[in-house]
Design a protein around this ligand. Structure first.
Ligand code: NAD
Ligand code: TDX
Length: 354
């Protein structure tokens, strides 16, 4: 299979590239604009491999996308390129509409033209896989309800609204033009190569640098955590075996509130890298102003992907978190330049400061 992966230099996209290239059965064509979140250093494991190619390109460039699809004779598109950070979408929503909505429409249009040129088995085989988020379903109350594939769309943030719009466009290309699409909506990922603006890597790195650990609101908000490598395996199953027109919710039934995630990181660091003066890292936890429109809780019901595609997560959250902490402690070569040149981790009252 030849897969065009968009956003392959990002956190999840790079895990997908590493996973697919290592299996050897897939040729990966990675298309990425290299925004602040894209990083070729996350792809060292696949660089130079015969089944891997990289193109630096904006997904809004429909003509260039079509040229690449034709030249590389791709069998599938796995679309991950996006602006992904909720706080940035609150500070500046325009680029979220441009990349997540318009970029997806341009990519769909290029894929439709390309698919219409295919014949026979190549046409039968083709898939367009849109990688989306549980945030499209919005706010769940504490302690009750889960997101099923049929749950109502109710996005809260500009980021979630842009992903919801993209999901609708993808379904419209299936209903209206017959493009064979599959969708997946996943819960919060964590793991190596995660950009340090997100909760888990920010907490680890700020703690290592003895800086405050900003916790929004009261820290009671709940997220449902999945290791990025488990997500990458699920995405391969969805693109290979998912039924056209269907969506699959992906998650590991691992709900944790933000305070407990921060405390777990602090407790693991207290053992791995004791803080100077014998104090606990927990002392660095600092309550800051809440994120506007902050969804209380997300929780995924993954029974469809388990039942239909046989997917199971391999990593329990506590073991995965422990490995992730070790990875950040051992790989400062990856995150130190990001902290220096792209995002220092400074914030005030829950708002980003670059
Ligand atoms: P990320 O921000 O780490 O990476 C995004 C990548 O897209 C970067 O490499 C960036 O350079 C690229 N990109 C951005 N704009 C582009 C454009 N206009 N043209 C080409 N490339 C562009 O994001 P991530 O966390 O890896 O998320 C990947 C996808 O998965 C996103 O679509 C996101 O909505 C979805 N998702 C993420 C999570 C999560 O927990 N991180 C959970 C569910 C779904
Ligand atoms: O400094 C922080 N302090 C804090 O309390 C940060 C960065 C976050 N938080 C809270 C907000 C959320 O409740 O932690 C939780 C997780 O926040 P993020 O890491 O920003 O992730 P989230 O907003 O949940 O969105 C992530 O998961 C779903 C990804 O960024 C999205 O792309 C994905 O769709």
């Amino acid at each position: 299979m030849r897969v065009l992966v968009t956003g392959g230099a990002g956190f999840i996209g790079s895990a997908v590239c590493r996973h697919l290239v290592a299996s050897g059965a897939t040729r990966v064509v990675n298309v990425d604009k290299l925004t602040y979140a894209g990083n070729l250093a996350s792809l060292r494991a696949v660089e130079g491999r015969p089944n891997y190619t990289f193109y630096r390109l904006d997904i809004c460039n429909e003509g260039a996308l079509l040229d690449i699809m034709r030249r590389e004779r791709v069998d599938a598109v796995m679309h991950l390129a996006a602006e992904s950070h909720v706080d940035r979408s609150i500070e500046g929503p325009n680029v979220f509409a441009e990349t997540n909505v318009l970029g997806t429409v341009r990519l769909l249009s290029a894929a439709l033209t390309y698919w219409s040129e295919l014949r026979g088995e190549a046409r039968e085989r083709f898939r367009f896989h849109h990688v989306s988020t549980d945030e499209v379903f919005g706010d769940l109350p504490f302690g009750s309800g889960v997101f099923a594939e049929e749950s109502r769309y109710a996005p809260s943030s500009p980021y979630a609204a842009s992903k919801a719009a993209a999901d609708h466009f993808v379904r419209a290309w299936h209903q209206t033009y017959g493009l064979p699409v599959v969708l997946s909506n996943c819960s919060n990922n964590y793991g190596p190569f995660h950009f340090p603006e997100k909760l888990i890597p920010l907490t680890i790195i700020n703690a290592v640098e003895d800086k405050p650990l900003p916790l929004y609101g009261s820290g009671a908000n709940v997220r449902d955590w999945l290791h990025v490598d488990d997500h990458a395996r699920a995405l391969e199953l969805v693109i290979r075996q998912g039924r056209p027109g269907e969506s699959y919710n992906i998650g590991a039934r691992a709900e944790r509130n933000n305070l407990s995630v921060m405390e777990s990181i602090c407790d693991l660091l207290d053992i791995r890298r004791p803080r100077k003066g014998g104090k606990s890292y927990r002392d660095l936890i600092t309550l800051v102003a809440d994120r506007p429109g902050h969804d209380r809780r997300y929780a995924i019901d993954p029974s469809k992907v388990e039942r239909e595609l046989g997917w199971r997560p391999k990593r329990a959250f506590e073991a995965g978190l422990s490995d992730t902490i070790d990875w950040y402690l051992d790989n400062s070569w990856w995150w130190e330049p990001i902290r220096r040149e792209r995002y220092s981790g400074a914030r005030l009252g829950g708002r980003l400061r670059s």
